[in-house]
Design a protein. Structure first.
Length: 270
């Protein structure tokens, strides 16, 4: 009876099922590395809300993983990325090792208790150490092992979803599709696993607002026109445009729209 109750407790509600199917369907259309982070910023966020992702990919011919990160947080950058993956004392490196031992989702947070459940575990982290990582709270999971042709590991940080059985179950459901998406977009990967062209080789995700502004830029709208459509001031639009130019590493609006089209971030207006 308890087992049946647990299954009902973990069952997705109608909204979650709908979003889950949309996320899976969208993953099947991913073709390029530049599409990957955009996919994670859409419906995926409704299922597993996060601000930072660290991804590890390892082929059968390699003993170690190649890592990349995606972030929508200004607090997590190259310094934190290098720190958390340090082989001696990196928090995420330690978490990935723990996942390799357990083979199930592992949450890390500052609550005083570590505990292992049927299909997930919770590990305690000292507050100072977590603060230095800028991850707040995170979860790790993966797909494959040392015998797999391709193995992947992921860390979702600055997690807004609770560390509980429901979140663990969602991650378990998502992981096979996440693995396939990673394998698909890294089939011909360069040294940077998921990076789009940028000055530092890291992905610089655009916010939903910035993507919307890009759509209107591509349609030839001015800041005043976009501001009217989006019901914000032209100055706000100007700031969005400056962020877009910086993130895409381009000089002007026309180049931004052209590059966004090539990367698949937006679609050509009809």
């Amino acid at each position: 009876m308890d087992q049946v109750s647990d299954q009902w407790a973990l069952a997705l509600n109608e909204e979650q099922r709908t979003v889950f199917m949309e996320v899976i369907e969208e993953s099947l259309r991913l073709q390029h590395r530049s599409h990957f982070f955009n996919w994670l910023q859409r419906g995926f966020q409704c299922l597993l809300a996060h601000e930072v992702v660290v991804i590890g990919v390892r082929g059968l011919e390699r003993a170690s993983y190649d890592y990349e990160y995606l972030t929508s947080s200004r607090y997590f950058g190259d310094t934190q990325f290098d720190q958390v993956l340090n082989e001696e004392d990196g928090l995420v490196h330690e978490a990935f090792t723990r996942w390799s031992q357990l083979g199930m989702p592992v949450f890390y947070h500052t609550d005083p208790q570590s505990q292992q459940y049927n299909h997930y575990a919770v590990e305690h982290v000292e507050a100072d150490r977590m603060l230095a990582s800028e991850l707040k709270r995170f979860v790790v999971h993966g797909f494959g092992n040392e015998h797999s042709r391709i193995a992947t590991m992921v860390m979702f940080g600055r997690l807004n979803s609770p560390a509980n059985a429901q979140t663990a179950h969602l991650l378990e459901l998502l992981m096979p599709h996440l693995h396939c998406a990673i394998v698909k977009v890294t089939a011909n990967k360069s040294p940077s696993v998921l990076s789009t062209p940028s000055r530092n080789g890291r992905i610089k995700p655009l916010s939903k607002r910035e993507l919307e502004v890009l759509e209107w830029l591509q349609a030839g709208k001015t800041n005043w026109e976009i501001g009217g459509i989006m019901q914000v001031s032209p100055l706000t639009i100007k700031n969005h445009v400056q962020n877009i130019l910086r993130k895409l590493d381009v000089e002007n609006r026309s180049q931004a729209a052209s590059k966004a089209l090539k990367l698949g971030l937006i679609h050509r207006s009809q």
